[in-house]
Design a protein around this ligand. Structure first.
Ligand SMILES: [Fe+2]
Length: 471
């Protein structure tokens, strides 16, 4: 997407992305019965049938009405599917379209959108730097919106109680060199280019490209594993306020946090529920479903810290050999299967050390895909930020309330996966597919990881602590 393809190729690309997104949406909503579609599985989530019609409603608003200038199909339902008008908790009380009508609405909108796409003219040469409604950006935004809801709906599936309905193959086991990887990699200091002004489908908060100077630091080669995290639990990490911020400790007590979400202790072994199936916790898999407070506490216990957002992006994009900032850790090519665990191909993270072909120049692996990675940073605008296409997309979320997550999870479509992509959530949230990795500054000490990131960790909570906490 860096160099603009010819118009016909663009049309095909957009049609393919829209169709791919719809296939996933259909799978996630056809796999459960009507009662499951209209039920609210958690106050944190919408009923699946809301997502279904909301996807169609946004597609109608942005493509048929804004780009195509068409009259509204069903204006009376607009307020029901406005995410800002109704928080998720109250959506089940709304007179939502029943499943069959929601599907028919989506089908009707999509047919008209594909018609519109046939006639659309993508002839503005400045579209990459200054995207406008009416250009490909609106189509890219709508396709990304749908795949982002596919991730949201997958979260609902993980929360959902009842018999399993989703299945996927397991990712390959870790490559032969994974066990011998260094625990951390060095990212050299100096300026790099953060954000983007050229990715045509990048959202407003990723823009514009700007120089950022980052001091040298060490970053975990892979995300923190379940095994390493189990050591934190075994060492009493949840019971020691020294490792937690004041707000984190208060939340840990109020919410009675004692392990990642979905983990339970079964006769001394950790098990967890994955899309309705109980299974033993896998030691070499990146830990999933931890909140920012837990990630931050783990890092402090390990004598380390979470990386800043700028550090994360530098580790993911900067190539010291050329001084250039890449699109992705592996280079400028769009993500393929050998690079990263994306697109719900597997319904879980791959073992730590996987995807050598997706490694960054620093040697860090799995920066893209697998688990969203919490950073220490609040969600703030980049210098020169311009709200686009509406304030509610990002601007209203800027401030200290939200922490930034980077890199995307196994649930993220390659379409919405960029090394510049910024996700954000409250520091208490952990129903999302969130994990983390830790860092330390070269200048101010911090410890090298004590636990080999790949193999470390005995999953018995009775394991005596392997580290002596230092305050
Ligand atoms: Fe939405």
């Amino acid at each position: 997407m860096t160099n603009r393809p010819p118009e016909e190729t663009l049309r095909e690309l957009i049609a393919r992305e829209l169709t791919g997104a719809r296939q996933r949406t259909s799978l996630l909503t056809d796999s459960v019965d009507e009662a499951d579609l209209v039920r609210q599985h958690s106050p944190l989530m919408s009923p699946l049938v809301w997502d279904l019609a909301h996807i169609a409603n946004q597609e109608e608003l942005w493509l048929l009405r804004e780009v195509g200038g068409r009259e509204p199909l069903h204006p009376e339902i607009d307020p029901l599917y406005d995410a800002f008008e109704h928080p998720r908790s109250e959506r089940p009380t709304l007179p939502l379209l029943p499943p069959e009508q929601a599907r028919a609405y989506g089908h009707e909108v999509r047919g008209r959108v594909l018609d519109l796409l046939e006639r659309a003219r993508f002839s503005d040469p400045g579209f990459a730097a200054a995207p406008r409604v009416g250009d490909t950006f609106a189509f890219g935004m709508v396709a990304q919106h749908e795949v982002q809801h596919d991730e949201t709906m997958l979260i609902t599936h993980q929360i959902r109680a009842g018999a399993p309905v989703l299945a996927a193959p397991s990712p390959p086991s870790a490559p032969a060199d994974a066990a011998a990887l260094p625990a951390e990699v060095l990212v050299p200091g100096g300026p790099f280019t953060m954000g983007t002004s050229t990715e045509p489908w990048a959202l407003d908060n990723e823009r514009p490209a700007h120089p950022v100077d980052v001091a040298p630091f060490f970053l975990d080669t892979t995300p923190v594993t379940c095994g390493a995290y189990a050591e934190f639990i075994a060492a009493g990490g949840y019971d020691d306020p020294r490792w937690w911020t004041a707000a984190g400790w208060q939340h840990r007590q109020q919410a009675r946090l004692s392990a990642p979400l979905y983990w339970s202790n079964d006769g001394g072994q950790w098990t967890r529920r994955v899309f309705g199936r109980p299974e033993p916790v896998v030691p070499d898999e990146p830990v999933l479903h931890v909140c920012w407070y837990e990630a931050d506490a783990y890092a402090r216990w390990a004598g380390r810290r979470l990386p800043t957002e700028a550090e994360w992006e530098k580790a993911a994009r900067f190539d010291p050999a050329t001084g250039q900032t890449r699109r992705y850790p592996w280079g400028n090519a769009d993500p393929q299967g050998q690079h990263a665990n994306l697109g719900q191909a597997f319904l879980r993270p791959a073992p730590a050390g996987s995807y050598p072909a997706g490694a960054a120049p620093s040697g860090a692996r799995q920066l893209i895909g697998d688990v969203w990675e919490w950073t220490s940073s609040d969600l703030l605008p980049y210098p020169g930020f311009k709200a686009w296409p509406y304030r509610e997309y990002s601007e209203v979320f800027f401030g200290p309330e939200y922490k930034v997550l980077r890199g995307g999870s196994f649930a993220v479509s390659p379409l919405a996966s960029r090394a510049t992509f910024r996700n954000w959530d409250y520091p208490i949230r952990r129903q999302i597919f969130s994990g983390f990795r830790t860092a330390r500054s070269v200048s101010s000490g911090g410890r090298p990881p004590q636990t080999p990131p790949i193999l470390g960790g005995n999953l018995s909570p009775q394991t005596p602590p392997t580290q002596t906490p230092s305050s």
